[in-house]
Design a protein around this ligand. Structure first.
Ligand code: CP
Length: 322
């Protein structure tokens, strides 16, 4: 097991915006140490034995929820998968009361996904256990940002390259994307040169204030890119007036084999999932040799193990000192 990182003292992971470069590196370094656990025949370490991690997902999830559950189990924690649809939330119980009641059962960490931006920050003020943001509205998805950065760094290190200075292009519905925001905060702190690309209605120039370039012309930026991260079109958050037709979107912003042929041959392609195959990314590209999409999922487990280990550990230290 890695020793608890002295740089990491936070009980919660709420966003990447507030993290320092040293804190991001502390998570990435810990994830690198913990990745090996999943290759063992017995995929477990006792780091969080006796601890309890609760998943509170108010929005659907395949990857994040499963990944946090497995991460907690690999650290020997008990896992509570809270079912929102069959809970007293349907009777009007508030988010705060739900979380306080779960904490009262002796939970050490709450992993929360919520449609409202800021919900995890609110919970962190009302509970004493760790709170991990698993995606809040359009705001942030910090573990997705971290696993994307981990995957880019790991792939580039294998090729003798550094993340700092890489040209990363993030494509799609930037306005509504919590994945884009966490990628932007994390990647710019790591020294990458980020360009966001999408229709003007979904990728406004205001993103320049985040320290990134903004473009509405994918074909102009792709040939210089080292990494392209294709975002899911989030129909559940879109207004029809902001979105062109499906055919028009794919024509201008879809990553097809023809478009990939204009890129550097060693470009890597990311997608956070779930994918709209044939819309933002073609099947040939998603399953092709430049794709690291399933590597992202594998790395997500190591990153979430690191986040749980560091936050629950730091919270235990802080609470033992009061
Ligand atoms: N990338 C991501 O958050 O996927 P899920 O919605 O399946 O968790």
């Amino acid at each position: 097991m890695p020793t608890l990182d002295r740089i990491w003292t936070r009980p919660h992971l709420l966003d990447l915006e507030s993290l320092s470069l040293a804190e991001i590196n502390a998570i990435l370094d810990t994830a690198r140490s913990l990745k090996e656990v999943s290759t063992r025949s017995i995929k477990k370490v006792p780091a969080l034995r006796g601890k309890v991690v609760a998943n509170l997902f108010f929005e659907d999830s395949t990857r994040t929820k499963t990944s946090f559950s497995l991460a907690a189990q690999r650290l020997s924690a008990d896992v509570l998968d809270f079912s929102v649809s069959t809970s007293s939330v349907s009777k009007g119980e508030t988010l705060q009361d739900t979380a306080r009641n779960i904490e009262a059962m002796g939970v050490d960490a709450i992993v929360v996904r919520h449609r409202n931006s800021g919900a995890p920050h609110l919970l962190a003020q009302v509970v004493g256990c760790s709170v991990i943001n698993a995606g809040d509205g359009c705001h942030e998805h910090p573990t997705q940002g971290l696993l994307d950065i981990f995957t880019i760094q790991e792939t580039m290190t294998q090729r003798g390259r550094q993340l700092a200075g890489l040209k990363v292009v993030i494509v799609g519905d930037i306005s509504n994307s919590r994945v884009a925001r966490s990628n932007i905060w994390g990647l710019t702190k790591m020294g990458a040169q980020v360009t966001v690309v999408g229709p003007a209605t979904l990728c406004p120039r205001t993103f320049e204030s985040f320290g990134v370039k903004v473009s509405h012309d994918l074909d102009a930026v792709l040939p210089q890119a080292d990494v392209v991260n294709m975002l899911r079109v989030q129909f559940e958050r879109l207004t029809s007036s902001a979105f062109p037709s499906l055919r028009e979107y794919t024509k201008s912003f879809g990553l097809t084999s023809d478009r990939l042929a204009t890129c550097k041959p060693d470009i890597i392609v990311l997608h956070p999932g779930p994918m709209n195959r044939g819309l933002e990314i073609s099947t040939a590209v998603a399953d092709g040799p430049q794709s690291v999409i399933l590597t992202q999922v594998t790395n997500g487990l190591a990153v979430r193990m690191a986040v749980l280990y560091l936050c629950v550990g730091a919270n235990a230290v802080a609470r033992s000192n009061v």
